[in-house]
Design a binder for this molecule. Structure first.
Ligand code: APR
Length: 284
């Protein structure tokens, strides 16, 4: 593993447009269950997955009832709002600060990449901390809508401030289209990337799972390297879409990669590169 970590660090430090694609495996070390791992939400409760497939249909049939159930019922989401980022999230944020990671395209709705300091995050499956207009895709902070009062006064669903359309959670439900802006920007990132880190995803849910395959297609033109960091092999591993898999925990592997990158990108202190510079080294 150490050799693959060193190799990945070398590739990152030389990349021109590295992109990270992430899934629920990034957040298990923050106490948020994944879906299809050994202790996954769907693994342990297939009924919850069947219910989740109904959410979008329920919203379309009766937005008011969708909102009442969302505000009064229990949800498989659990307490995402108070979850905290783990070293894997911070590692990706640090690579962005070093200008070595250009974007994160995440399937996770937990907002943990943003909480860790990542600025360029594309929430491919939406974000639990936002509402989105079903008509115009405008996004809002739920705090702007006094939702408890709307419930008490039987005035749900909340309406869009821009077009008066019906608002829903920004979470992209099964069978719901990926918001056009996110889909477009994600495809643009994949088209530009020369290095793709795929972290903590089983890579079975489409259309997200198509993004690595798109990158692979570009590989013939611009040698895009695709690296998986995951607890187990995935279809991307088995189909040879990824060039290699670093098998293990993202919260342990990603920080090690960042440490190796730092060794490769910090300026050597012996000898100063600026001609006739009177740096401290000369005075010794
Ligand atoms: N480090 C690395 N990999 C991990 C870790 C970890 N700490 N914990 C779990 N994993 C791996 C699991 O072994 C699994 O292969 O991460 C992967 C998570 O896969 P899923 O649970 O399927 O999650 P994800 O790929 O994000 O699911 C995609 O499915 O239900 C929908 O909308 C939901 O966005 C979700 C989508």
């Amino acid at each position: 593993m150490e050799e693959l970590i060193a190799k990945t660090a070398e590739l990152i430090s030389k990349s021109k447009h590295a992109v990270a694609l992430t899934g629920a495996g990034m957040s298990t070390e923050s106490g948020i269950s994944d879906f299809r791992g050994p202790n996954g939400i769907w693994t342990k409760n297939p009924e919850a997955e069947r219910q989740a497939y109904q959410s979008y249909y329920k919203f379309q049939q009766n937005p008011k009832q969708y909102w009442i159930e969302r505000m009064t019922g229990t949800s498989w989401l659990g307490d995402l709002i108070n979850a905290l980022p783990n070293p894997g999230h911070f590692a990706l944020a640090e690579l962005e600060k070093m200008a070595l990671l250009k974007s994160v395209i995440t399937q996770n709705i937990d907002n943990l990449h943003q909480k860790a300091g990542s600025l360029r995050v594309l929430d491919y499956h939406g974000n639990v901390s936002l509402l989105r207009c079903f008509s115009c895709d405008a996004r809002f902070d739920p705090a702007e809508f006094e939702l408890a009062r709307l419930l008490a006064e039987d005035r749900l669903p909340p309406l869009c401030r821009k077009c008066n359309g019906v608002l829903k959670s920004d979470i992209v439900h099964f069978n719901e289209a990926i918001p056009a802006d996110v889909a477009r920007e994600s495809q643009a990132e994949v088209g530009k990337c020369d290095l793709m880190l795929i972290c903590g995803t089983s890579a079975v849910v489409h259309p997200f799972a198509l993004l690595p395959r798109m990158a692979k297609q570009y590989q013939s033109k611009k040698k895009t390297i695709i690296i998986e960091i995951n607890a187990e092999p995935t279809p991307l591993t088995e189909e040879g879409i990824s060039d290699y898999l670093i098998q293990g925990k993202t919260g342990m592997i990603l920080p090690k990669i960042v440490e190796e990158v730092k060794k490769r990108t910090s300026k050597p202190i012996s000898g100063c590169e600026i001609s006739n510079c009177h740096c401290l080294l000369d005075e010794k």
